[in-house]
Design a protein around this ligand. Structure first.
Ligand code: S3P
Length: 442
């Protein structure tokens, strides 16, 4: 499904991007592990989350769509999963696959996990290693612990204290979900704090979770095992990682003025906004509020002249999914932008470090990768616009596709992508939403 974005007139209007992907996966999984009927409003109905919904059904929960974004989950209780009658197919979704591996590891069932060609390339050892320590067994896997993986859950899960070797909310979450079935305390220690939606939502469903600061940037999370999770109501705010695309588009297309409603502003997710503000972006938060333990606000974004900055490595966990679109913004900035500590980008839906550099180069922007750092030479202020005119290979990666299309709205020549189909994994309606603001994408 190729698609092309062309130079646009100013973008204007008020939009609400779909629900947060991380929270949507977690609402379905915790709903399935709770007793009673959980209601979810604003669920992201993207392919990734729908795969998790189907996995919960195959594990015995009753998952029903009652209206647009409105879902109910009748849970089976902690330890209550049934053996799934078929393979759990997570498509493109690393989050769904890895979190459900954690939940299955704590249940006495065996399940086959699989996904598409992108997910089959991604590392699973980081998840399986702590789960094996907790008593789960890998019955079958492809060389290098890749999918398809058959995982047998532990009959008597062992609580562990686990220091995550990489900053990963997925690893942290998998250990905590397995720890639900273990007696005593399951502890995860992270040296860099990652998104904390699992901890927050576990507490929302009645679990006893404590979080304390550990070192300058880290956290120690302690979960008391074997709680009875109680069904809850979850309202899903808009996904800041999806909002990032219209937000950067509004900054880059001259004369734009866009409102993004109801965007989650959890500080562990807003590294992009902080960075763009340092670059000179005009982003205002209006009506900041809290719902279900998560912060949110409306954002007003106006076209802005940007300058290059240095993005420190310790900011990476708070904007890990936003580097491709930040690199696009950096291409339009005056001066050089240096982004440090991007190792984890190599193991996302694609090798995002390489794919982002290729995206920029295909459109006439100078970019260099030095170790785990990316350096983008901006074209702004007097040096003209980035030329554009490239055809970008998206490598089954939704965020590469959306970043390229955002770029094409402001380059001299159009930017095309080879395949926009994967946008539906996280941002169904992206093209229509952008067109609604005045973008020329077709
Ligand atoms: C996610 C965690 C991040 C992020 C992904 C969603 C989550 O992955 O890239 O899109 O919901 O826990 P890692 O935990 O591998 O960094």
């Amino acid at each position: 499904m190729p698609l092309t974005a062309r130079g646009a007139r100013p973008l204007a209007g008020r939009i609400r991007v779909p629900g947060d992907k991380s929270i949507s996966h977690r609402a379905l999984i915790l709903g399935a592990l709770a007793v009673g009927r959980t209601t979810v409003m604003g669920l992201l109905e993207g392919e990734d989350v729908l795969a998790t919904a189907q996995a919960m059904r195959l594990l015995g929960a009753t998952v029903t769509r009652t209206g647009p974004g409105a879902w109910t989950v009748e849970g089976v209780g902690v330890g209550g999963f049934a053996a799934p009658p078929e393979t759990l197919d997570f498509g493109n979704s690393g989050t769904g696959c890895r979190l459900v591996m954690g939940a299955v590891a704590g249940a006495p069932v065996t399940a086959m996990f699989d996904g598409d060609a992108s997910l089959r390339r991604r590392p699973m050892r980081r998840i399986l290693e702590p789960l094996l320590r907790m008593g789960a067994t890998v019955v079958q896997a492809v060389e290098g612990d890749r999918l398809p993986v058959m995982l047998a859950g532990a009959r008597d899960p062992i609580p562990i204290e686990y220091a995550t070797p990489v900053p990963s909310a997925q690893v942290k979450s998998a250990v905590l979900l397995a720890g639900l079935s273990a007696p005593g305390h399951t502890v995860v220690v992270e040296t860099e704090a990652t998104r904390d939606h699992t901890e927050k939502m576990l507490a929302h469903f009645g679990a006893d979770v404590t979080v304390v600061q550990e070192g300058p940037h880290g956290r120690r999370i302690t979960l008391v095992g074997r709680p009875e999770l109680r069904a809850a109501s979850v309202v899903v705010p808009s996904d800041p990682s999806s909002a990032a695309f219209p937000l950067v588009a509004a900054l880059l297309v001259p004369g734009s003025d866009v409102f993004l409603a109801n965007v989650m502003t959890n500080p562990l997710r807003t590294g992009l906004i902080a960075t763009l503000r340092e670059m000179g972006a005009r982003i205002e938060e209006v009506g900041a509020r809290q719902d279900g333990g998560e912060a949110m606000a409306d954002l007003r974004v106006r076209a802005s002249a940007l300058s290059g900055v240095e993005v420190p490595p310790d900011r990476a966990p708070a904007m890990i999914d936003e580097y491709p679109v930040l690199a696009v913004a950096a291409a339009f900035a005056r001066g050089t932008t240096v982004m440090r500590g991007l190792k984890e980008l190599r193991v996302k839906e694609s090798d995002r470090l390489a794919a982002t550099a290729d995206l920029l180069r295909a459109n006439g922007v100078a970019v260099d990768i030095q170790g785990d750092d990316m350096i983008v030479e901006g074209q702004g202020a007097g040096r003209g616009l980035p030329p554009g005119g490239g055809l970008v290979a998206t490598h089954m990666d939704h965020r590469i596709a959306m970043s390229a299309l955002v770029m094409g709205l402001a380059t001299e020549k159009p930017v095309a992508v080879d395949d926009a189909a994967f946008i539906a994994t996280s941002f169904p309606g992206f093209v229509e939403t952008m067109r609604g603001l005045g973008a020329d994408i077709g």
